[in-house]
Design a protein around this ligand. Structure first.
Ligand SMILES: [Zn+2]
Length: 314
């Protein structure tokens, strides 16, 4: 069989879990360029994000993957049908690389203008020369699937040594032990707390208390800073909600802009006031996780805010 016949006849793997990682897939070795053996797997294209998230939540080496390069074939330009033609090429790279801003590390020539920041002890640079990366290709011959080519799946630097995570002894006590960013779930939780008016100081105090109780930081979320929470708070405060002098128009504009968190909207009528149901992503996830399809608690407040009546449903 030729290389592409072999690739196209691989099974499409679709794990039933919300997210999945390389260890949940069976990898096939097929001869690639220069006699190298490529490690390949096919997954449904819409599940690429689930794979990227699963790979980032690696227990042994938590990280994040960013898009280092992307090429998309223009649909307007005609092309000869070729068995190996690709619609899309995406290169995902571990966010601790590919550049190396550690002492003596190598930075690609295109980024040579980079001037190392004066990093205080608490904030070492996140680029540590990690070589871990994978390629996602969407094939013309089979656009519903994503071909993943994963030849460098170890979080090591050019010398082959662990360069972040618990295996890297230089990372001990620094942020490089953990994922380079706080988790989306944690971010949503902080935003939800800010949205209901809990002050930054209170959030940080409770957070620090709970981290202390568990015996120190154990992930990136635990290392969240005052500054980060303050920035989120400022973003919320600066986001405008009075979009028009006319309240009715203002409300419609706001609903239009915040479609993703509005689940119910009924306008003023002769028989009743307007109703607006808002649910942030974090609240939705909490409801799915803890509501168990059975219980929803309702907390109504009257006159505690400038709003006359605010009901929180969890
Ligand atoms: Zn890495």
């Amino acid at each position: 069989m030729t290389r592409w016949d072999e690739i196209l006849s691989l099974p499409v793997q679709n794990p039933s879990t919300m997210e999945f990682a390389a260890c949940d897939l069976v990898w096939s070795k097929i001869e690639g360029h220069c006699d190298n053996m490529d490690r390949l797997a096919l997954i449904p294209f819409p599940r690429v994000d689930d794979f990227v998230r699963g790979e980032a939540n690696n227990k042994d080496c938590p990280t994040r993957f960013h898009v280092e390069a992307r090429r998309t074939r223009s649909t307007k330009v005609p092309y000869k049908p070729k068995v190996d033609g690709i619609l899309q090429y995406i290169l995902y790279w571990c966010s601790f690389g590919p550049d190396d801003h550690r002492k003596g590390g190598v930075v690609r020539p295109s980024r040579a203008s980079y001037v190392p920041k004066k990093s205080s002890a608490g904030r070492p640079s996140t680029k540590r020369g990690c070589t871990c990366h994978f390629i996602v290709k969407r094939l013309i011959a089979k656009p519903s699937v994503a071909l993943i080519i994963y030849n460098q799946d170890k979080h090591v630097d050019k010398k082959g040594l662990p360069c972040h995570g618990p295996q890297d002894k230089h990372a001990v006590g620094t942020r490089a032990m953990y994922a380079p960013f706080i988790s989306e779930e944690f971010r949503q939780r902080v935003i939800s707390l800010l949205h209901v008016g809990i002050p930054v100081e209170t959030i940080m105090q409770r957070h620090n208390e709970s981290v202390e109780k568990q015996g120190g930081p154990s992930n990136a979320n635990d290392l969240i800073t005052h500054r980060h929470v303050r920035t989120q708070e400022r973003n919320i405060r600066r986001s405008r909600y009075e979009l028009d002098d006319d309240d009715d128009v203002s409300l419609d504009l706001w609903v239009e802009r915040n479609k993703n968190i509005v689940f119910f909207h009924e306008e003023f009528s002769d028989t009743g006031p307007f109703l607006l149901g808002i649910q942030t992503e974090w609240q939705l996830q909490q409801m799915i996780q803890f509501g168990n399809g059975r219980l929803v608690a309702l907390d109504s407040r009257f006159g505690t805010h400038k709003l006359k009546d605010l009901s929180s449903v969890l």
